[in-house]
Design a protein. Structure first.
Length: 277
């Protein structure tokens, strides 16, 4: 008897092999969600993949990754890791990508989880809508507990950049305003006016410049510590974002603010000497 070849379904840029599932109602539920900043370690991946398979009778499992131009795949994560370490020893630390796919022998139910450095995409497909929605809710709960968010951090980066530019521009405005004064009388008058507001101006400029310089820097460190992680050999720390920074990053967090404030003091002194501030 000739075996029926599986059809190829293109799902949001991914190829998923499956036959038309037998369904009494003649319909199938297809749920897709994308998560960002998931931090997944060895034990997380094992429990996540095991949970995703629940409800699938005799699941046919395939776990794969691409290293360079080579695609590796095995029926379990442990076998895949062993294969990659043996044949691609240059792959170590955080992996760049990992795909888990499981289908029932009847192709009535299936799940696919694609993980990379930017996002984690989850697809549940089955003729049982209750099962598909329930599984997605369970997986979503696990991913959220592992740092997942529902929007790309790129939008937050844009907001941070706007705030950064605003406070730097505000501080620069107070520094350079009136530099077009040409007469000694103008400079003397500005110096007299500035002397009456010297404390207010210095405090305001220090706060504006400090916030404009340091806030984006610490936001950058926080986002770096909260970035997506995919570790197959070890677990990912669940501690605070500060504790997840490397020693070099923690040293930079202490040195950069001091350097920035020192530079700010130099600029303020120069402005005071040049423009009567």
């Amino acid at each position: 008897m000739q075996q029926k070849l599986p059809s190829i379904v293109v799902l949001e840029g991914m190829i998923w092999n499956m036959s038309t599932p037998p369904s009494p109602s003649g319909q199938q539920t297809n749920i897709r969600k994308v998560f960002y900043q998931c931090q997944l370690g060895k034990s997380d991946l094992g429990s996540l993949f095991a949970m995703a398979c629940e409800g699938i009778t005799e699941p046919q499992v395939k776990v794969s990754t691409t290293a360079g131009e080579t695609l590796f795949w095995k029926p379990s994560l442990e076998e895949l890791v062993e294969n990659v370490h043996r044949d691609a020893p240059e792959v170590h630390g955080d992996w760049a990508n990992l795909t888990f796919q499981a289908d029932s022998s009847s192709q009535e139910k299936g799940v696919k989880i694609s993980i990379d450095k930017e996002q984690t995409e989850v697809n549940f497909l089955g003729s049982d809508a209750t099962w598909a929605h329930g599984q997605m809710a369970r997986v979503e709960k696990v991913l959220v507990s592992r740092g997942a968010v529902f929007s790309s951090p790129r939008y937050e980066n844009i907001i941070t950049f706007v705030l950064h530019a605003f406070f730097l521009a505000l501080g620069a405005f107070f520094l350079i305003r009136g530099v077009d004064d040409e007469t000694v009388a103008d400079c003397v008058e500005r110096a007299k006016n500035a002397s009456r507001n010297d404390v207010f101006f210095n405090v305001f400029m220090t706060v504006a410049f400090s916030f404009g310089l340091l806030f984006p820097f610490f936001q950058l460190l926080k986002r770096r510590a909260s970035r997506a992680r995919l570790k197959v050999d070890a677990d990912v720390s669940r501690d605070s974002w500060w504790s997840r920074l490397s020693n070099g990053e923690k040293i930079a967090a202490a040195v950069v603010p001091l350097t920035a404030l020192g530079a700010l003091g130099t600029v303020a002194t120069a402005a005071h000497n040049l423009w009567g501030k």
